[in-house]
Design a protein around this ligand. Structure first.
Ligand SMILES: [Fe+2]
Ligand SMILES: [Fe+2]
Length: 239
């Protein structure tokens, strides 16, 4: 459907132009990276980890909405099930992506990511779990989450490379768990999630009012992500 693809293109351009968090050149943390201390970066990584830790919960909620409001969104339900299984380890010998991140951070950077969520992260998680409005709004928010995953992980990788320089005197090891985590997410898993949802939503989102709700959901996710990233950045100075 032409209008759907047009809206998607427009939103994907807006993502890196109207918002700052998923753009290396504008994310508050990535542009200030050389000035941030090791403790600040550890704080940011620990807080960030709450997102991968909760992604399955968010996707599960999105799937429940797609199921509940309109049972005919079967392709979306199937794609979200596939995505959730991948997050939980279908492609990684049963080890979830969150556990890969957790193990990699402990092994290579001696960081324990188990921590309390502070206020910015708490607010972001509350937003994630409040997404129960209608199928189109949560569709837009879910698509934003998957579409922003690659540029967001590029920022996260940059943060971890900097932490590795500060801790180990060099960037992340080429053959460690973390490098594999990023290679697979950037090259395979996240592009697959984005494309899978793009195709699945296209089947059901056809009318102008649906596209408007989708856009509202997409933009609300990025607004919340901006607030969250800026919040983690500013909290790191108080830590
Ligand atoms: Fe993942
Ligand atoms: Fe994903």
């Amino acid at each position: 459907m032409k209008n759907y693809r047009k809206t998607i293109d427009k939103l994907n351009s807006a993502m890196v132009r109207d918002y700052r968090c998923v753009n290396l050149k504008t994310n508050w943390i990535s542009i200030d990276l050389p000035k941030l201390t090791k403790n600040q970066l550890i704080y940011i990584v620990q807080q960030y980890s709450w997102f991968p830790r909760n992604i399955v919960g968010f996707l599960g909620n999105s799937k429940a909405v797609a199921n509940r409001y309109n049972v005919s969104w079967l392709e979306v339900v199937n794609e979200l099930s596939r995505n959730i299984c991948e997050e939980l380890g279908s492609d990684t010998k049963g080890i979830s992506h969150y556990n890969l991140l957790k193990d990699g951070l402990r092994e290579e950077l001696s960081i324990d990511i188990e921590c309390e969520p502070r206020s910015a992260t708490y607010a972001f998680l509350s937003y994630l779990y409040s997404q129960k409005e209608n199928s189109e709004v949560i569709a837009g928010a879910t698509y934003a989450c998957e579409s922003s995953a690659v540029p967001e992980l590029v920022v996260v990788k940059r943060v971890l490379d900097r932490l590795s320089v500060l801790s180990n005197g060099r960037e992340l090891s080429r053959d460690g768990i973390l490098q594999k985590f990023f290679d697979k997410h950037l090259g395979k898993w996240e592009p697959g999630h984005e494309q899978g949802l793009l195709k699945a939503y296209e089947i059901y989102i056809k009318k102008q009012h649906q596209l408007e709700d989708f856009e509202h959901g997409f933009r609300s996710m990025l607004t919340e992500m901006d607030l969250w990233w800026y919040g983690m950045y500013s909290e790191s100075f108080a830590f």
